[in-house]
Design a protein around this ligand. Structure first.
Ligand code: MG
Length: 257
């Protein structure tokens, strides 16, 4: 009898220990849809405009066809390009680029440009211009309608670095559009890139650069250089090629800093 009681006591003790092993912990609650949704902050409302290419309500209009009051020559003097009938046209005789008075970093840039219907010249000598981001990195402008040149220097290229994915160029005399989304670089203290600049470019609504890394300055001769910089202007290039001058209209920018 005593033996039986002892066995029973041992069994009870074992069960108690096992019960302790089965300690229950809190279980995660049931997932519901609202656990992965956030409501604040709400993105601010932007009026996109009526027509394709219109400046959205939060854009800075850089050229609306009236004047070049947002621009100057690189030397700080008045811009020399002429404005007529809502377009700004290069004046080659003065030999000057134009640059924005304001400086920018990451941005969304829209501009429209057109080479004359009767344009002449070939290769790089045909409607050559360019748009420089932060004053450093050129997205090439060139009349490449039935005009071949080196692929990494044609329209839609990051000059001497990255050829465009395709060539959606319009005929001379027709307006082309550039929509450029640019991410400014971040530099280390020693002046090298922590993050290189990147750019996405649509030419006439067609993707030609897809988040392309820019490896430094866009040099005519030589390799890209790393030059530490901060915000910089948008520069439109006056190229010295002998072809008829290029024109611009409807230029706006959205500051993404
Ligand atoms: Mg150029």
């Amino acid at each position: 009898m005593k033996k039986t009681l002892l066995v029973l006591a041992v069994l009870v003790a074992c069960n108690a220990l096992q019960a302790q092993d089965k300690k229950e912990y809190p279980k995660p609650g049931q997932m519901t849809h609202d656990m992965t949704e956030f409501w604040e902050p709400q993105p601010k409302i932007v009026d996109p405009g009526k027509e394709k290419g219109d400046a959205p309500s939060d854009a800075i209009v850089l050229f609306d066809g009236k004047d070049l009051s947002q621009w100057m020559s690189p030397d700080g003097t008045e811009p020399t390009w002429k404005v007529k009938n809502g377009v700004a046209t290069v004046v080659k005789e003065n030999g000057k680029d134009i640059r924005t008075k304001q400086e920018f970093g990451s941005c969304q840039l829209h501009l429209e440009w057109c080479t004359p219907k009767n344009i002449t010249g070939s290769d790089q000598g045909r409607g050559n211009s360019g748009v420089y981001l932060q004053g450093m990195y050129e997205v090439q402008i060139l009349d490449c309608y039935q005009n071949e040149t080196y692929a990494n220097g044609m329209v839609g290229s990051i000059y001497k670095q990255s050829a465009p994915l395709v060539n959606p160029m319009k005929k001379p005399g027709e307006w082309n559009t550039y929509d450029i989304i640019y991410t400014a670089p971040v530099f280390k203290e020693d002046g090298t890139y922590l993050y290189e600049p990147r750019v996405t470019v649509l030419l006439n609504g067609v993707l030609v650069q897809n988040n392309t890394t820019i490896h430094g300055t866009t040099e005519f001769i030589g390799l890209p250089r790393t030059v530490k910089h901060g915000d910089g202007p948008i520069i439109l290039q006056m190229h010295g090629d002998p072809s008829e001058p290029i024109s611009f209209r409807n230029i706006w920018i959205r500051d993404l800093r």
